[in-house]
Design a protein. Structure first.
Length: 164
């Protein structure tokens, strides 16, 4: 949805693509930093806390959310990292075919992600805990670098505009 109408949504609220690049970079940076440090994700749905308040449990109730709820609430596959990415990439397309190509890439990534998730147990069994930690650190570094580049791409035009 954001691939198709994201740019119009930005225009509706008067948000520039550069502002979205900076915000997306900050979010990506937080995710990458958490992955590099092997910290638990700070991007939670808050369902556990809301449930505890509804049934009047104590404040120190278990806050770990049931992972089966996440796909229904705020999926990380279409979450704070991917939404800014497609909203920034689509308007950058050099030709009219750019938008459909980004949409095609999104669909291909969704299919590939589905296949990966279906085979995740087999991959996890092969990699083991140590292999998984190594891949998490490498992916965290890659996500952090992408975040820095997004922020540079967003801040550079703003600085050039301020200087001129």
């Amino acid at each position: 949805m954001f691939t198709v109408v994201g740019h119009q949504l930005l225009e509706l609220f008067g948000i520039t693509v550069n502002a979205f690049r900076i915000a997306g970079g900050v979010i990506f940076f937080g995710i990458g930093l958490d992955m590099l440090q092997s910290k638990p994700q700070r991007w939670r749905t808050g369902i556990g806390r809301a449930y505890a308040k509804d049934i009047e449990l104590s404040e120190d109730a278990d806050e770990d959310d049931d992972p089966s709820i996440t796909p229904l609430a705020i999926p990380m596959i279409a979450g704070p990292g991917s939404i800014p990415t497609v909203m920034v990439l689509t308007p950058q397309a050099p030709s009219p075919l750019g938008g459909p190509l980004v949409l095609g890439a999104v669909l291909a990534i969704l299919l590939l992600t589905g296949a990966i998730l279906m085979g995740a147990d087999a991959v996890l069994a092969r990699l083991g805990r140590t292999g998984l930690k190594v891949i998490e650190k490498l992916m965290g570094l890659l996500v952090t670098v992408i975040a820095v580049q997004l922020m540079i791409d967003g801040v550079s035009p703003v600085i050039v505009r301020m200087i001129s």
